[in-house]
Design a protein around this ligand. Structure first.
Ligand code: NAP
Length: 538
C-alpha cells in the first residue's frame, strides 16, 4: 500500500508554463489571471495534471473595497425575501451544471458518486434550505432580537435590540474536503444577511469552487461584487481585513492559530469563526442491546469510509463496554471488509482516494502513531486497489484499530488527540458510563458525538453530560434507525461547530447562522420611536 513520494501540486518556474488551463479569479467585478505560473492541481487517482490556480499580482485592496462598496450596498438594498430569491436563482444555475461538477469532483477529489453527492447535493440542499428560511423573514431589512424592555419606572423609555447586516465583507478560507458544500453552507447565510462574499478555497480542490462561482457570476443572478473567488496562495488576504469584515475559516488547528493571531483580528476586532479538527466519538451505552450494537457498527463503518474518512465530523473513537470489545470489532470489521477501494470511475468501487499525496503521507504517518498504542483489528492494507496503480493512486483501505482494555484506553494519548484525516477509527473499551464520558471528554471539545442505546432516559442523560463539549449530539435508538440523518451529515437546521479543540465556532443551526453576519445594537428610545423598528406585520 505504500508508494514513492510523488508531488501532488507542482510549482512552475517562470518561462516553464505548463499546458493546463489557468483558472481565472473573479475580483473587483472582473475575471483576472494571476501573474505567476501557478500551482497545478493533480488527479489523486491517475496522477494526471488538471488545471492551474494562481493568486499572485492581484490588487487585493481594490477587490475588498469593491466587494464592500458595490456588492454590499446592492445586497443591503434588498429585503431578506428578495435575497432569498437570489439564493433560489443561484441554486437553479448550479443544478443546471451539476454534471460538470460531478466530473470535476471525480477528477480533482477522487471521490465516488455517493461521496461527491455529500459535497455537491449537500451544498444544493443547504442553499435551498436557506432560501426557504429567508423567505419566511419577509420584506424587512433588519431583524429584532427579543422584545423591548422598559429601562425605568416610566414605560415610555425602552430598549430594543436590533440586528443589522455588517457593512463589511465575509472572507471565507476553506478546507479541501468540501469544495462545494463548504462554499454554500457559508455563502447562503451570508448572502441572505446582505453581506458580500470573497471565497478562497483550499488550493488542492479549488477547481470545483472556482467553477461554481464562475457559473453563478456568468449567469448574472447576483449583484456584481456579491460573490468573488480567489484561488491559490492566501498571502496578503488577511491584511485587507477591516473592522466590519468577518472571517469564516475551516481547516487545521495550526492554520486556525495563525488566523487568530493575525494583527487584523487582534487589533481591528475582526469577527472570526473557526471550524477546526476534532476527535469525534460514538458511544455504545452499557446494556444497549444487540440491535444498538448493529446500528453502531453500521454507522461507524459508514463514517470511516464516506469521503475516505476526510470529513471533519467523521467518527474517530468508538467507545464500547469492555465486555463487547471483540463483538464490536467483529461487527465493524465485517462491514469494512466489504468496502472496495480504488478508482472512483469503476462502478464496483465504494471508496475512492485521499485528496493528494501530501494527505496520503500524513494519513500513513498518523496511522503509524496510533499503531504504537493500539492493535490492528481490521487492516486497510488488506484491501487490494481496484483499477488503480498503487504506486500512483492516493488510496488507502479502511483500518480499524483497538485499545483492547479499559486500562489501555486510559493510558493512550494519541488516540484521544491525533486526528488522522482518513479512513481510520479506534475502538476504545470502557468500564462504566462515567468512564466512557470521561474518555470522550479527552477530545477537548468536538464537533459531534453519537450515542447508541435503547433506554431513552439513559440516552438523554448522556446527551446532557456531553452537550457542553460538543456542538451536536446525535442519538440513534432503534425507533429512529431508519429515520436518522447520520452521525456525520451536517444538516442546515442543526448547529455545526464545536468548542475547544474543534475551533469554538458555530455555523448553520437554521436562522442562528445569520447572527454572525449581523451586528446587534440596543436602541434606547421612546416607544413611539421603537414602534417604527417593528415590521409592519408584527
Ligand atoms: P489547512 O491546511 O489548515 O487549510 C485550510 C485553508 O487555509 C486552505 O484554504 C489553505 O490554503 C488556507 N491557509 C493555509 N495557510 C494559511 C495562512 N497562513 N493564512 C490563511 N490561510 C491559510 O486545512 P486542510 O488541510 O485544507 O483541511 C483539513 C483540516 O480541516 C482537518 O484537520 C479537518 O478536521 C479540518 N476541517 C474542519 C471542518 C469543520 O467544519 N470543523 C471541516 C472540514 C475540515 P491552501 O490550500 O492554499 O494552503
Amino acid at each position: 500500500m505504500t508508494s514513492p513520494d510523488k508531488p501532488d501540486s507542482v510549482e512552475h518556474a517562470e518561462n516553464d508554463f505548463p499546458m493546463t488551463e489557468l483558472l481565472p479569479n473573479f475580483l473587483a467585478g472582473r475575471w483576472q489571471n494571476g501573474s505567476g505560473a501557478g500551482t497545478e492541481l493533480v488527479d489523486p487517482v491517475l496522477g494526471t495534471p488538471l488545471v492551474r490556480v494562481d493568486a499572485s499580482g492581484m490588487d487585493l485592496a481594490e477587490a475588498f473595497t469593491f466587494a464592500r462598496k458595490q456588492g454590499g450596498s446592492a445586497l443591503r438594498q434588498l429585503s431578506y425575501r428578495q435575497r432569498a430569491v437570489l439564493l433560489v436563482d443561484v441554486g437553479k444555475v448550479l443544478q443546471a451544471n451539476r454534471e460538470a461538477y460531478y466530473e470535476i469532483a471525480t477528477a480533482n477529489s477522487g471521490t465516488v458518486k455517493n461521496d461527491t453527492a455529500v459535497d455537491i447535493d449537500g451544498g444544493f440542499f443547504t442553499l435551498g434550505s436557506y432560501a426557504k428560511m429567508g423567505d419566511s423573514l419577509g420584506d424587512r431589512h433588519h431583524l429584532l432580537d427579543g422584545d423591548s424592555a422598559r429601562l425605568g419606572k416610566d414605560p415610555l423609555f425602552q430598549s430594543q435590540h436590533v440586528m443589522t447586516p455588517t457593512r463589511g465583507v465575509a472572507l471565507f478560507i476553506n478546507a479541501f474536503n468540501f469544495p462545494a458544500w463548504g462554499l454554500w453552507e457559508k455563502a447562503a447565510p451570508a448572502l441572505l444577511s446582505g453581506v458580500p462574499v470573497i471565497i478562497k478555497p483550499a488550493t488542492a480542490t479549488a477547481w470545483l469552487t472556482q467553477r461554481m462561482v464562475q457559473d453563478v457570476v456568468n449567469a448574472g443572478v447576483l449583484p456584481v461584487g456579491a460573490l468573488s473567488v480567489i484561488c491559490g496562495s492566501s498571502a496578503g488576504l488577511l491584511d485587507q481585513l477591516q473592522a466590519f469584515d468577518v472571517v469564516s475559516f475551516t481547516g487545521s488547528a495550526e492554520t486556525a492559530a495563525v488566523i487568530r493571531s493575525h494583527p487584523a483580528v487582534t487589533q481591528r476586532s475582526v469577527r472570526v469563526n473557526i471550524e477546526a479538527d476534532s476527535l469525534n466519538s460514538a458511544l455504545l451505552l452499557p446494556d444497549a442491546g444487540a440491535e444498538a450494537l448493529e446500528l453502531l457498527a453500521k454507522e461507524v463503518a459508514r463514517e470511516m469510509t464516506v469521503k475516505s474518512g476526510q470529513k471533519c465530523t467523521a467518527i474517530r473513537r468508538v467507545l464500547v463496554p469492555q465486555a463487547l470489545y471483540q463483538e464490536a470489532a467483529a461487527a465493524i470489521g465485517a462491514r469494512l471488509a466489504k468496502t472496495t477501494v480504488g478508482n472512483p470511475r469503476n462502478e464496483t468501487v465504494r471508496m475512492g482516494a485521499l485528496v493528494n499525496r501530501a494527505q496520503f503521507n500524513t494519513v500513513l504517518e498518523g496511522l503509524a502513531l496510533l499503531k504504537a498504542e493500539a492493535e490492528v483489528l481490521h487492516d486497510g492494507a488488506a484491501h487490494a486497489l481496484i483499477d488503480a496503480d498503487p504506486t500512483i493512486a492516493c488510496c488507502v483501505g479502511p483500518t480499524l484499530l483497538g485499545l483492547r482494555t479499559a486500562d489501555a484506553s486510559d493510558a493512550s494519548q494519541h488516540v484521544h488527540d491525533t486526528e488522522v484525516f482518513g479512513p481510520v477509527a479506534t475502538l476504545v473499551p470502557y468500564r462504566d458510563i462515567a468512564h466512557a464520558l470521561a474518555l470522550i471528554r479527552r477530545g477537548q471539545g468536538s464537533l459531534v458525538t453519537s450515542l447508541y442505546g435503547s433506554d431513552s432516559a439513559a440516552l438523554a442523560s448522556a446527551a446532557l453530560e456531553l452537550a457542553d463539549s460538543h456542538g451536536r449530539v446525535h442519538i440513534i435508538s432503534p425507533d429512529v434507525a431508519a429515520l436518522h440523518t447520520g452521525h456525520g451529515n451536517v444538516m442546515p437546521q442543526s448547529l455545526h461547530g464545536g468548542p475547544g479543540r474543534a475551533g469554538g465556532g458555530e455555523e448553520l443551526g437554521g436562522l442562528r447562522a445569520l447572527n454572525f453576519y449581523h451586528r446587534r445594537s440596543a436602541v434606547q428610545a421612546s416607544t413611539a420611536v421603537l414602534a417604527h423598528l417593528k415590521p409592519v406585520s408584527e
